[in-house]
Ligand binder design. Structure first.
Ligand code: ZN
Length: 166
């Protein structure tokens, strides 16, 4: 296993649409293991492959809930989202030090392949729903900042620029 470098805001790869994975093989399983290790080290609850510079549709999630085991999803797709929404604080390992309140569907179901290539479905609300949507967004080049009001986004970007200078 290896720790991977986390790409930060401003990195091109975070803004690209990640490529569909053709098949689950040992190389991909190694990437998944490395992503888990990198996520745990950074104390995150989710990580998407573009965040480690790999433009492929893979996410890993561990919301530290005894009912939800840590999982990886390959080619994840949100197949259901509730009409009810919920607001919650979000941060991102690619934008350390910044957080904002994002409104999203409160409950989602996501389908994808597990690390053995089997189709699985993960669904839930709360942090799990938020995390799934945040990570799937990454695969489409979308950051939580994009889901804030323009004013709030501007404030956070200013804070980011200040941070970068220090
Ligand atoms: Zn993120």
């Amino acid at each position: 296993m290896a720790l991977l470098r986390i790409e930060l805001l401003g990195s091109e790869v975070l803004r690209q649409r990640a490529v569909e994975v053709e098949g689950v093989d040992d190389e991909l399983r190694r990437l998944i293991e490395d992503m888990f290790e990198t996520m745990y080290k950074a104390e995150g609850v989710g990580l998407a492959a573009p965040q480690v510079g790999v433009s492929r549709r893979v996410i890993v999630v561990d919301v530290h809930d005894p009912e939800v085991r840590p999982f990886a999803l390959v080619n994840p797709r949100v197949v259901e989202s509730s009409p009810e929404t919920e607001k919650g604080e979000e941060g991102c390992l690619s934008i350390p030090g910044l957080s904002g309140v994002v409104e999203r569907p409160a409950h989602v179901a996501v389908e994808g392949l597990d690390r053995d290539g089997n189709l699985i479905r993960v669904e839930g609300g709360g942090l799990l729903a938020r995390c799934l949507q945040h990570e799937v967004d990454h695969l489409d080049g979308i950051l939580f900042l994009d889901r804030l009001s323009p004013l709030k986004r501007k404030m956070l970007l200013n804070k980011w620029k200040k941070q970068e200078r220090q």
